[in-house]
Structures are given as C-alpha cells and as structure tokens.
Design a protein around this ligand. Structure first.
Ligand code: PXL
Length: 287
C-alpha cells in the first residue's frame, strides 16, 4: 500500500481526528465538530461511532446504527497509510465497547503522540444520557486518565469522581476541589463547564495543577442542546492556534454565549441545537 506523503514543514496545518457519533439532526457531535474545527483551520479527519436520526436529548423514536465494528478496521487502514495526528478529540462514543476500541486506535497512533482531548459526554443536569450506562461511566473514568485535556460538565465531573451532583449549591472551593479530583484521575489539564459562581452568570473553569482560570458570561435560561460540543470545539480551535488557556476559555465561553443568544432570539426548537453557523467566521480570525 502506498503510504501518505505528509508534510513536516513549519506552519503546516495541524491534523485532528474527531471521534463522535453523527446525530443527523440536532447540531451536536460530528455535525458541530467538523465545521467548527475546519473553520478554525484544522485538517479534520472524522471517525463516526454511530449514526442516529437525532441526538437523544428530548427526542423520542430515534434510530441508532452502531458503527463499533468499523472502528478497528478504519484505524488499521489509516495506520497502514502512515497517517499521523496532532490531536485526537473524542466526544459521545456510544458504549464501553467503543471506548475499548479507542484504546486500540490510540495504541496504533502512539508513535506520533497525538494529544488526546476528551469530552466525556455522558449527561447533563445531574442525569446520564438515555442510552448510556454504568459500564460506560466506569470505562470513561479509566479512558480519560490518558487525556491531555479533559472537558466535563458538572454532571460528568460528578459521575467521573463518584461525587454527588452538586445542583446549584456550590462555591469556588467546591469547584477547585472538583478540578483537583478530576485531575487526580490522570488528565494533564481539566476544563470544567457549566460553572456558575455568581448570580446570573455561567462559564468554565480550567486547572492545570497550578493555575486556576475562570471565565463566565451572562446566563441565558433554556435547554441549550449541543452547547457543550460547541464550547469544546471553540476551545480546541483556540488551543491549537497556540493561545494560553485563559484566552482559550475567553474564546470558547464568549463564542458559546453568542450562539446561545442567537438561538434564543431566533426562537426555534431548542432541540435543533445552537445556531453556530453565522458565528463560524470568528473561529477563523487569528490573533
Ligand atoms: O451533545 C451531546 C450528544 C452527542 N451525541 C448524542 C447525544 C448527545 C446529547 O444528548 O444524545 C447522540
């Protein structure tokens, strides 16, 4: 098999592998990751873990086509081609079997030492997403140990650390303690999302073991499906352009907030996800 000709020229485009499901309707997972990471200038390879007619948040009767059996052959083909990744970014994976396949893929590409970014998509508002189970949570806890960057919301953080979901009753000391517990699982850096430390504000907090960085924006009431995915992709795009974490938080919180405000003002069904498309140009703006 003829191997790929890959450039190592300085300033070359970074290549990221995005591993998520395709929820055909509802703007989350790959239908968000591909356009957003591409807009941020990254060469984006995709690995779909499943195809669903819609996401599972608030829809009934959705279809689900599991692609777990394709994961190893796809990874092996790419490996044989000599492909390398700068980063591997995973989100909603489906089942604990998909997580095991990710370990195979990461082993195959260990030579190029891609930075693993894990959004441990598992739930929201204190509840696990409909199709996921405890085996998935346990597998995710082990898997995220190898992450360069872990991006849970408060629900996922509670599940990973086996802490009770805090609801709204927490303070800065709780957030710092949660960040420490998450980092103790193994990731090098943690960004906790959906953090509200002041009335009427919501945002994210980052911890690298030494420095706490926080950013928030006005809280917009509503069920913002896909907001976590939009946030993660905006953060990743900024991180890959070399910005320090504090700036990445600002980019991602502000971008997500803009998309939420647009979506609220449009008044369409919240299950359709965030109106991020008119804002995509902001991700391409460098500097
Ligand atoms: O946005 C996260 C997400 C991704 N994929 C699927 C989902 C959800 C959230 O509900 O159901 C299939």
């Amino acid at each position: 098999m003829e191997r790929l000709r890959l450039s190592d020229a300085p300033g070359r485009q970074k290549r990221v592998l995005a591993v998520h499901d395709i929820s055909c309707l509802g703007r989350c997972s790959l239908t968000v990751a591909l356009p957003m990471l591409s807009a941020a200038g990254l060469e984006t390879t995709i690995l779909p873990t499943a195809v669903l007619s819609t996401h599972t948040g608030g829809f009934e009767g959705y279809t689900y086509r599991d692609l777990v059996e394709d994961m190893n052959p796809v990874a092996d083909h790419w490996h044989a081609l000599g492909l390398r990744f700068d980063a591997v970014f995973t989100g909603w994976l489906g089942t604990h079997r998909h997580i095991r396949r990710m370990n195979h893929l990461l082993e195959a590409f260990a030579g190029s030492a891609p930075a693993l970014v894990v959004d441990p998509v598992m739930g929201d508002n204190g509840r696990l997403y409909a199709t996921l189970d405890q085996a998935y949570v346990d597998a995710m806890r082990e898997y995220c140990a190898g992450a360069e960057l872990l991006l849970p919301n408060l629900t996922e953080a509670a599940l990973l650390t086996r802490m009770p979901y805090p609801g709204e009753g927490y303070d800065r000391a709780y957030i710092l303690d949660m960040l420490r517990r998450l980092r103790a699982l193994g990731p090098r850096e943690v960004v906790l999302t959906g953090v509200s430390l002041a009335e009427g504000r919501i945002g994210a907090a980052a911890w690298d073991g030494e420095k706490l960085a926080c950013r928030d924006a006005e809280f917009v009431p509503g069920q913002w499906h896909g907001a976590g995915d939009v946030f993660a992709c905006a953060l990743l795009g900024a991180r890959f352009s070399g910005k320090p974490m504090e700036e990445c938080l600002a980019v991602a919180v502000d971008f997500t907030h803009r998309c939420i405000v647009r979506t609220r003002d449009a008044g369409t069904d919240e299950r359709l996800g965030l109106q991020f498309e008119p804002e995509l140009w902001r991700l391409a703006a460098k500097g």
